[in-house]
Every structure is written in C-alpha cells, then in structure tokens.
Write a protein that binds this ligand. Structure first.
Ligand code: NAD
Length: 410
C-alpha cells in the first residue's frame, strides 16, 4: 500500500483550502493521499466541499455529519484531517484517535493547554500519529532562515523582535475568532508566530506578557478579497456587528533557553499599525522569521541588506525536502504556496503512517506552541512573569481554566 485513505472533518474556509492542497499533491509525483469522505455538522458545508472536491480531484467523496458514522461506513479509513474551529479540536481528535484513526489537526492544536494534553494522551494510548498542520514553517523562506541560523550565518543570536499590528475593528475572517471560547484572534494568529519563534530560536523558558481587549464590538468589512465560493457565501450571511470578548492586543517578553530575548507586540485592533521581524546576532541580523509566501532578508556586519534571491546565490548546503523541491524549484514561494504547504503537510502525514517518518509538529511541539501563546495571557492574569514549565504543566492556568469550564473540559 502506498497511499492512505483519509476523511476531512470540518468543511469551512480552511477545509476548502485543504482540498486545493490535495489537488497539488495529486498532481505531483508524490500522490500519497486519497480523500474518500467529508464530515461537517452542517451538511450544507460538506455538500459545498464535495462539489469543490469533484471539481478539483475528479471524485465526489461521501458526506457525513458525524465522525463515528463516517468511520463505520468508510472502508480502510486510515486518518482524519480535523479542520473545525479550535473549540472542538480535542473532542474530534480524541474521538478519532480512540476509533483507531491517525489524526492531522489544524493549528492551534487545541483550545487550551489542558485540551492539548488530552489529545497527547489519546495519541499515546492508541499508538496513533498526531500531526499539527502548522504551515508557516514549511515555506522556503522559513526553511532558509532556519538554515542560516543553524549554520551561524549571523553569528550567535542574542535578541529578536516580532511586531505585527493591524488596526481597526473589522471582523477578523470569522465572528468566532473574537470569542475566548473559540480561540480569539491572538491565539488564532499568535500560534503561527510562536511556532515560528520556537522553530527559529528554540524553546522559551520564561514569559512576561500583557494582553488587552481594545475592540469589544467588531463590524463586518465592506468587502472581502477572497475568491473561494465558501468565503463569499459566508461573508454575505455575516451579521453587521458581533460582540468580542477575546483580547486583541498583546505585548510580551520571551526569554529563550538559549538566552535570546524576544520582544513581542501583536495586535489585531486598536489604532497602531505596522510590523517588523528581526533576529539580531553577533555578526549580523535577519529581518524575517520566514512565513507563508515570505522572503528572507539578511544584513551582515558592515554590508548592505540582501534579499532572498541574493542569499540563495551565496548560501551553501541549503536544500528543500524532495516534495518541497518539486513545488519550489527556485527555493522561493510562488502564488500557489498556500496549497503547496498544505500538500506538504498531507504528504508528511502519509509518510509517517506508511513509513514511520517523524512528524515535525507533533503533539509535543503543538502543545508547546499553544502554551507559549497562553503564557502571555496567564502572565497578564497573574500579574507576574511565568515559567514555561508552569504553563506547559497547567500549574499556572487561571485564564484557561475559565475556557475549560465554559467548554466542559475536565
Ligand atoms: N494554517 C492556516 O493558515 C489556517 C488558516 C485558516 C484557518 N486555519 C485553522 O483551520 C481551522 C478552521 O478554521 P476555518 O476558518 O476553516 O473555520 P470555519 O468556521 O470556516 O470552518 C469550520 C467548519 O467546521 C465545522 N464544524 C464545527 N464543529 C464541527 C464538528 N464537531 N464536527 C464536524 N464539523 C464541525 C463547521 O460547521 C465549519 O464548516 C481553525 O483551527 C483555524 O485556526 C488555519
């Protein structure tokens, strides 16, 4: 057997984009995944996704509205891809793992560190693969930054910053992204950044954070640029205003195990705008952590800044994995990068199931990414710096305890 049969659970915006990822994989020489079933509690979303799948993949997968029935009626189902909102990642993933399925789950791994721990336990007791679909680090720019740091291109890193500020009070993609019990905008976006920071600079040991809610009411944007049918339909149905109770503004200082100190400023609201990414080392600096569709930039001591293409001309020993090299022969992202990174996630899952390949963002890494975001919230609530070991083991947990209680997470 050289392919795995999978089901997709959660056929909303990102679920639709995962279908495009499957098309990229199907069109490559590494076709290792067969989509055979779709599941969504809202049947109309699964129907729409089935039509997209038919258009993109030439097959119309069977449709279900619950996971247990899907598993019973789908022969040789090996894995599910969980693309629901984060509040139910743990319930869907734990059920799938207990049914004997392998799981790939979209970021954030789960809604709280406690919910991540439940998934980690379920994966271990069932001896199943659990992969977190963290796409940003798979971009060629993130791989290039990682290679430059690992080979000492900028000397020893000592200080870094990650600033991303988007002003205004518009609804950020979906109304649920403004609710604490669904993840909130800082968790939704922030987990990409904590994953990139950890990927490039290693684990954190201590965090001081301050989080705030600046925009308690969100309004519908006048238009969205997104061309996917699903996003357009949802946009048309969106309320003009929605309440927000999840914090949208964060400032933090991370101390990393390596001694690097990272200054974090991430807002999706209020009136500040702009952003910068910087990793400073003893012999130069990188003006990027890498990101989906991004470009690396580097400045060495006494020299002009050079961009991604120029770095590629001088860098030694920088290779992408075979499927990524197929997708990005110039080692730089293209317009289809969103789908290609998803294809890489699917391919890694298939190889882990078929050949025992190590999952890059597994249950341990996924938990750490979520914990680093929540460390800022817990620090803010406790009004002191917190250690990562306190947060990862749920000893400092007052902020997340309220979410767990609201969702019935024991
Ligand atoms: N990696 C990325 O770049 C990226 C981008 C966007 C979204 N995401 C992630 O993807 C996930 C989904 O986000 P989205 O924007 O697609 O949300 P969405 O609201 O558009 O879609 C979620 C879908 O899940 C369905 N659903 C909810 N509970 C379910 C359940 N118990 N069983 C089956 N289906 C269920 C909903 O009906 C909906 O169709 C989130 O975790 C989000 O953070 C990742």
């Amino acid at each position: 057997m050289d392919t795995i049969r999978i089901g997709l659970v959660g056929c909303g915006g990102m679920g639709t984009r995962h279908l495009y990822g499957l098309r990229e994989l199907a069109q490559s020489p590494f076709n290792t995944v067969e989509l055979c079933a779709l599941c969504d509690i809202r049947r109309e979303n699964a129907e729409l996704a089935a039509s997209e799948a038919e258009k993109l993949l030439g097959i119309r997968p069977a449709i279900f509205t619950d996971l247990e029935t899907m598993t019973r009626h789908t022969p040789d189902l090996a894995a599910v891809d969980v693309v629901t909102d984060p509040s139910v990642h743990h319930t869907v993933a734990c059920q799938a793992l207990d049914l004997g399925l392998h799981v790939m789950v979209e970021k954030p791994m789960a809604i709280t560190v406690g919910a991540c721990q439940m998934m980690l336990d379920a994966a271990r007791r069932n001896h199943r693969v659990l992969s977190v679909a963290e796409n940003y680090r798979r971009d060629p720019s993130a791989r290039l930054v990682h290679h430059l740091l690992a080979t000492g291109a900028i000397g020893t890193p000592y200080m870094a910053l990650l600033h991303s500020m988007s002003p205004g009070n518009e609804i950020f993609i979906t109304p649920w992204r403004h609710l604490k019990t669904k993840g909130g905008p800082l968790v939704d976006m922030g987990v990409h950044y904590t994953d990139l920071i950890r990927y490039q600079l290693g684990d954190a040991t201590e965090v001081y954070g301050n989080v705030r809610l600046i925009e308690p009411v969100r309004t519908k944007p006048s238009a969205i640029g997104n061309t996917y049918t699903f996003y357009q339909k949802r946009f048309q149905a969106m309320e003009q205003t929605v309440p927000a109770d999840a914090e949208d503004t964060s400032l933090a200082l991370f101390t990393m195990e390596s001694g690097v100190v990272v200054n974090w400023l991430v807002t999706i609201g209020g009136h500040a705008s702009g952003g910068r990414e910087l990793i400073a080392g003893t012999q130069g600096c990188l003006e990027s952590y890498g990101t989906r569709g991004g470009r690396a930039r580097m400045r060495l001591a006494g020299q002009e800044e050079i961009g991604h293409e120029e770095i590629l001309k001088i860098v030694e020993g920088f290779d992408l994995e075979p499927l990524a090299a197929h997708f990005f022969p110039d080692r730089i992202a293209d317009d289809a990068v969103d789908w290609k990174l998803i294809a890489l996630e699917y391919h890694e899952l298939a190889e882990a199931i078929l050949n025992g390949r190590k999952i890059e963002v597994d249950e341990v890494e996924g938990l750490k990414d979520v914990a680093l975001v929540y460390a800022m919230f817990e620090s803010s609530k406790a009004d002191r710096a917190v250690t990562m070991s306190e947060v990862e083991t749920c000893q400092v947990y007052a902020y997340q305890a309220e979410i767990d209680e609201a969702l019935g997470i024991a």
